[in-house]
Ligand binder design. Structure first.
Ligand code: ZN
Length: 464
């Protein structure tokens, strides 16, 4: 079989507008969003149904063509970018973008894998339900990719990550067979939970085509505040106090270090800074509730006062809440505008998080005197974005990446943590996976991969 026979068969299946082969058309799908990886592809297929995905996958099996699944192409680790061989087919889910059904009585939504996260959120809100997954790329990332990396975001504290928000999946296997696990059940004890293998598998086992996701009552009240705190230990103590008082009405608790405020102030001049002088540490806290009687913002203010917080900005309406959140959400873009940094999305047990911050920073600055550490993230989940800038913010900054990663990841390991809590492995962190999850854990992962994909055609070069 030749490449031209393969492409002719795909062309017959999908038609000319949904099979891209011109390098100019393929370029944007072959470059990751951080612009670290530029690959090449044989072609890009845009099927519009599970059956078409299955037919494409059968052709790929027949012609031994590697497949790179792609959703919104927003991976932080190059997980959706093909390698440089030019042998792979990119299978884009962008046309399978429908929200199929909201079952308000079952508190579930059924979506196609190419559905954009904000579209899912909006469809659920229209049915008076909350789909709580939310993060910076919500307007462009697609559900299949979010599932493929088990994405987290701002509301994990209260609602869990994608793994916990998923009830069922439909997956097309490398052979072209369809596994229909699209069940909308909260209880189902029928052997191994196969959907959990595909969640977090980064497209290395099969192609997620549809999902059933969990919904929640739509909160009727929200309140948010930015509180100044002396250190991360005080932030953790405040979180525990808030949770003791109002339980899981605490939906977000984001830690923000001073360099984050400085970067946002520098690159977003129009955004008013909440504090002067800029504090060393602050936390963005959100409470949400259904059918509550007292105004939630008054309650939040009272709780902060009781906890001894001396300086805080309280958002009194939706637009003020959005303004506070923008300060948090623009941190990644402010970093991008600043230049190249070495990024880490680590986690440690929540109780160890203050000690991790105290330990890791001095080790980095001892090794690299010009290291500037930008720390922010999901304190309530023990998950930090822990990014390191150098004086040189050009691509030369990557030269010390391995040494910087070793310091951060060894420290994470000492605290029993994970070197990737949100972004996954992709092609960026394969060495770290082998190093920190080696031995029987890596062997079992590779054996699982062989069961689903014995020829190693699914998203080659990712994870392993
Ligand atoms: Zn995050």
């Amino acid at each position: 079989m030749t490449t031209s026979a393969f492409l002719a068969a795909l062309h017959a299946l999908l038609g000319p507008s949904n099979l891209l082969t011109d390098p100019a058309d393929l370029a944007r799908y072959c470059l990751d969003q951080r612009r670290r990886y530029r690959g090449q592809a044989l072609a890009l297929a845009r099927p519009r149904s599970t059956e078409e995905v299955a037919a494409v996958m059968r052709l790929c099996a027949e012609h031994a063509v590697p497949v790179v699944p792609q959703g919104g192409n927003t991976s932080n680790c190059g997980a959706a970018t093909p390698d440089e061989s030019g042998h792979a087919l990119i299978l884009s889910l962008e046309r399978m973008n429908r929200v199929l059904a909201v079952d308000a009585a079952n508190n579930t939504v059924t979506v196609e894998a190419g559905a954009i996260l904000t579209d899912v959120q909006q469809a659920c809100r229209a049915a008076n339900r909350l789909f709580p997954a939310d993060w910076g790329a919500a307007g462009s990332c697609r559900i299949g990719g979010a599932l493929a990396v088990n994405a987290g975001g701002m509301n994990v504290l209260r609602y869990g990550n994608m793994r916990e928000l998923t009830l069922g999946l439909e997956v097309v296997l490398p052979s072209g067979e369809i596994w229909n696990g699209l069940r909308a059940l909260r209880k189902d004890n029928t052997g191994y939970d196969l959907k959990q293998l595909f969640i977090g598998s980064e497209g290395t086992l099969g192609i997620i085509t549809r999902a059933v996701l969990r919904l929640f009552p739509l909160p009727t009240a929200r309140a948010a505040a930015m509180a100044v705190l002396p250190d991360p230990a005080a932030a953790l103590a405040l979180l525990r106090e808030l949770q003791s008082e109002v339980g899981d009405r605490v939906t977000s608790f984001e830690l923000i270090g001073r360099p984050c405020f400085d970067l946002v102030a520098k690159h977003f001049l129009a955004l008013a800074q909440p504090f002067s002088p800029t504090p060393e540490w602050a936390a963005l806290i959100e409470l949400a509730d259904c059918g509550q009687s007292e105004p939630l913002s008054d309650r939040l203010l009272e709780l902060l006062a009781e906890a001894g917080v001396e300086d805080a900005v309280l958002a009194r309406n939706e637009s003020e809440i959005e303004t506070l959140w923008r300060l948090r959400e623009e941190i990644p873009e402010a970093q991008r505008r600043e230049g190249v940094s070495i990024k880490h999305d680590i986690s440690v047990p929540v109780s160890s998080l203050p000690q991790f911050i105290e330990t890791c920073g001095p080790r980095l600055t001892a090794a690299f005197a010009d290291a500037q550490i930008v720390v922010f993230g999901h304190l309530g989940d023990g998950n930090l974005h822990y990014n390191v800038f150098r004086e040189d913010k050009s691509a030369h900054a990557y030269a010390d990446e391995a040494a910087i990663n070793a310091i951060v990841y060894d420290c994470v390991a000492e605290f029993g943590g994970s070197f990737s809590a949100e972004h996954g492995i992709g092609q960026l962190k394969t060495a770290a996976l082998a190093h920190y999850r080696g031995g029987i854990e890596l062997t079992l992962m590779q054996e699982i991969k062989r069961v689903f994909d014995p020829k190693g055609r699914m998203n080659p070069g990712k994870l392993f």
